[in-house]
Write a protein that binds this ligand. Structure first.
Ligand code: SF4
Length: 500
């Protein structure tokens, strides 16, 4: 069957989490099908991960396409045999009969961007008239917008695509770079998921769990200076609509769990209490989780969350250093005794905590880092798992405009004439490191020295969760799933099932 739109989410490499179908393609599917268009969405990450990892040629192809220098040559039109072959292997995964009037690539992060570009270039070399559209949240970061200059990308859409896609599907002579304004949250449609995507998503999970995302809130009222969410006006989905949408998703897709987005579910604590009360009153029996800030939680709200079905919380702690908290305006953390008490209460209520820590902030001293290590060690007893990141200087974050105050000098701020320079990894030795703009510390470390320090701190901090929280959670899971670790050997990519 020839679809109007085939919307691909290109695969990410092995170490990058991808635990549920994405909301952007599901909103597009809902809107376009309501208008009578035929659309197929495919999440290639879960498609690859639903197979056994050994002798899986698609995994190898994905990792080959992460080698940026040969990829850049290929994207410029040169013949690079191994890149062409790897991109072809990924197209083969989709089968031969897959065809559409327009091919779309939904790119969520920089990790799938090289692969999406390689696949699009491969396609255009063979079918030069085939229309290709790029979109997705990665293009909210301005450094990637220059990619619209690549001659084989017909359109690059920044922002939500639901209103422009129906036009682009019938009209070819639209601008190459299109920016669409954000939509108010209450206008969100009920997401519609592709059944094959749901199946591969379930199959990629060690415990065969299906998690569906639902957007309950938007934005954040905190002002952490490294965060690109600062400035997004906080909104909440009207409770009545949220309950009826969730009821529909539960009846239609039978998920095991719902992941409530966005970045801070308890922006408005009264709203979250109201939402939980309505879930309880409607007897929805949903299990869910999402990102919460510790400030704003208390014994009462934790009890409500647990009774309503909350089973896990993603919580940013970031640093143990009061000096760094002050410098970066991290006000979401209460005093240390209160912080520990709230995490203990969450843990006691059966809510699994996943903690986020950051290190290598500009000017972070050994003492600052030692405070972070001490705090992480103490809190890890109340965590099911944790993620550790180095500080990243990002375009959209306030830190980008306070560089002198933060004691840094960013490098390479000028726009490059080379559209593909945005693909260069900030650490050539570790292309998987989260994107940051390289900077030197004023009176401190150079970028190269900072990378070296950051690799050491990453290891020290990550070890805490690796050796304390994770094994403890696995032992606690024994009555629920005695073979979890064994299953994880066979399905090693899924990162969320330990939280469920
Ligand atoms: S609390 Fe989280 S989402 Fe909100 S500004 Fe801070 S880092 Fe960003």
């Amino acid at each position: 069957m020839k679809h109007d739109l085939l919307l691909l989410t290109a695969p990410v490499p092995d170490g990058i989490p991808d635990c549920f179908p994405h909301l952007g393609p599901a909103f597009l599917k809902s809107h376009l099908e309501n208008l009578g268009f035929s659309i197929r969405t495919i999440n290639m990450t879960t498609m690859i991960r639903s197979h056994y990892p050994w002798f899986n040629p698609h995994r190898k192809a994905v990792s080959q396409l992460m080698a940026i220098e040969p990829l850049k040559k290929y994207l410029r039109g040169e013949n690079v045999e191994n890149v062409d072959k790897a991109a072809g292997i990924l197209w083969n995964l989709l089968g031969e009969n897959i065809s559409a009037k327009v091919f779309g690539f939904s790119v969520l992060t920089q990790y799938s961007l090289p692969i999406a570009l390689a696949m699009a270039s491969w396609l255009k070399r063979r079918q030069c008239k085939q229309r290709v559209i790029f979109g997705g949240s990665v293009f909210l970061e301005p450094q990637f917008l220059c990619l619209h200059r690549l001659p084989w990308i017909d359109h690059l859409v920044v922002g939500p695509g639901i209103h422009i896609l129906p036009i682009l599907l019938v009209k070819a002579d639209a601008p190459r770079l299109i920016t669409m304004p954000d939509e108010p949250l209450p206008l969100n449609l009920i997401p519609r998921f592709d059944l094959l995507d749901l199946m591969t998503s379930r199959n990629s999970s060690a415990r065969r769990k299906l998690i569906l995302p639902y957007q309950l809130t938007k934005g954040c009222h905190f002002q952490c200076q490294y965060c690109t969410n600062v400035g997004i006006h906080p909104e909440s989905m009207p409770v009545g609509k949220a309950i009826s949408d969730l009821h529909y998703l539960q009846r239609t897709y039978r998920p095991d769990n719902i992941y409530l987005t966005d970045v801070n579910l308890n922006n408005d604590t009264r709203y979250l209490d109201d939402f939980c009360n309505r879930l309880i009153k409607n007897n929805l029996s949903l299990h869910f989780g999402g990102s919460l800030s510790v400030k704003g939680l208390d014994q009462h709200s934790i009890g409500l969350l647990a009774t309503a079905g909350c089973r896990y919380a993603y919580i940013g702690i970031e640093t143990g250093s009061p000096r760094i908290r002050k410098l970066f305006r991290i006000t979401k953390i209460p005093s240390s005794p209160k912080l520990e008490m709230i995490l203990r209460q969450l843990y006691a209520a059966g809510i699994n905590n996943h903690l986020y820590f950051m290190h290598s902030f500009p000017g972070e001293s050994d003492r600052d880092f030692a405070l972070t290590l001490t705090l992480a060690r103490r809190l890890s007893w109340y965590a099911a798992n944790g993620t550790v990141y180095p500080f990243a200087l990002k375009y959209g974050a306030p830190a980008f405009h306070r560089t002198v105050e933060l004691g840094i000098i960013p490098r390479h701020l000028e726009q490059s004439a080379d559209a593909l320079s945005c693909l260069d990894p900030c650490d050539p030795k570790n292309p998987m490191m989260i994107m940051s703009h390289p900077y030197d510390e004023i009176d401190g470390l150079s970028w190269e020295e900072k990378l070296h320090e950051s690799a050491f701190r990453q290891k020290r901090l990550a070890e805490i969760f690796h050796y304390i929280s994770y094994p403890r959670r696995v032992i606690n899971m024994l009555p629920i799933d005695p073979l979890y670790q064994l299953k994880k050997v066979i399905k090693p990519y899924f990162f969320m099932d330990i939280m469920l």
